[in-house]
Design a protein around this ligand. Sequence first.
Ligand code: GLC
Ligand code: CA
Length: 561
Amino acid sequence: MQRIGGWLPTLLCALPLLSAQDKDQWWKHALFYEIYPRSFQDTNGDGVGDLKGIARRLDYVKTLGANAIWISPIYPSPEIDFGYDISDYVGVDPLYGTMADFDGLVKEAHGRGIKVIMDLVLNHTSDRHKWFVESASSKTNPKRDWYIWRDGKGPGKPPNNWQSVFGHSAWKYDGKTGQWYYHKFYAEQPDLNWWNPEVRRAMYDVARFWMRKGVDGFRLDAITTLFEEKDLRDEQALGGTNQYGDPMIANVVTDNLPEVHEVLRELRKVTNEFPGRVLIGETYLPNANELRKMYGEHNDELQLPMDLQVGMINKLNVDEFRTKINDAETKIGGNIPLFVFDNHDNPRSWNRYGDGTHDEAIARMIAAILLTSRSVAMMYYGQEIGMVTTPPTRKEDVKDPVGITGWPKDKGRDGERTPMQWSGAKNAGFTTGTPWLPIPDSYRRVNVVAETHRSTSLLRWYERLIQLRATNAALRDGEEIMLNPDDSHVLSWLRKNADGTSVVVACNFSYEDQKFTFDLKKQGVAGTLGTILIASDGHTGDAALQDVKLAPFGVFVAQVK
Ligand code: GLC
Ligand code: CA
């Protein structure tokens, strides 16, 4: 690769040092657990989750085995985009509690060895943020240039054809000053102008504020969208219309611009002022090469850009899984990937991968892929108990505005944001009031209490996988090598550790029973027997690696003897 050239001597000296330091970094082996605060645990009966609720459930997070929580935004916000429209970056919205509650939560989490990751929304603020209010007040206001204001092409005509991710033009006209402002997301989320150094400084200070409070890192929201080309050229029309009835256009001049990397390097320097902090990125990218760039040419940008490619394949295709996992293991410059299957923006993996008949078996398989790969893992609350996507059935019930714009083709994101199902009690133990989103009836069966008591539950499956991942040397540190590359039914791989420990994993992606032989010859692994670490058929003890039987969507994980 190009970057090696002139840097080779320096790199060679720096490498052993770097890797020694890096190996000890907590995030390298972390399991991040995303908490959507509105939906986790309510403690004051208003039907919306809060910080005290999160604190109350930390023991659960600990028992599950997660070592970090990522809390979606809890800052003051008009809640148009449920917290992603921030009106004050250094406060806590009373809906969620107080700053004292926040400090208490960090203390309680740290006391249990759980790190706390905040959501940092850099691309845009709320239109109620004082910066935007000032910016909108006059063309000569000192904050005018903090946002992206432009003249239209004529009366009622926006500056160009750019569209919001949430539908329709990305420009909103403001009568007071006769100009348009740009918003990649909702109109209530005006984009900041990241070309302006004052904006950068202000946001870096926000990051410092929270790190001083003890937070362990940030998940950078929509980080690829910081910059737009200055000359405002139109995006290319692609033909056809999208789910909002808008013309399909490319997403080239307003996304993933090279300047993003400059900001990431600056931000990394800021976080480096506070040892042990981590930067995670929301990075929807087309391929591993683009993902690799997010770590930085000199590994000086994000430590953990999310790999949203493996998790969002959205069909059980062995070849695609094999290729994408292999890419993540081999094409990102030796860095560690961060796999994500579930979050608050996409239907739950239960529904994206499930077939309606084998849903639970498939969910176990997804869990195995996530937790036995050489990757940092990210989970979303409720994934571990098999919560389902519950989209609104009537337009008038929709909370997420995009579901109103897109109805009925796009029902928005309410479905994956329903409250955590803690127990079979009223409202699943989430609230004593009326939950802000409805809880599906299946909660009576699918809940933490019930699954804790059932040894064969999905929750217990997750717990065991998480424990193995943390304790088995090969699962913890071993490289990942895909096996049996021509098999179109079974996805299998080897985790091979420098200390000689090897673990093999096989997942049956088919509707038929499969007899399977691990092809280990080329990998220099001699053993033909394995000690089962976990298997979906419940078997334990030793098994012959040439003769593994897998039920439909069955999983087999064994340490080679
Ligand atoms: C990210 C968030 C999403 C939000 C958007 C705008 O994609 O995950 O929930 O709507 O950014 O902030
Ligand atoms: Ca509450």
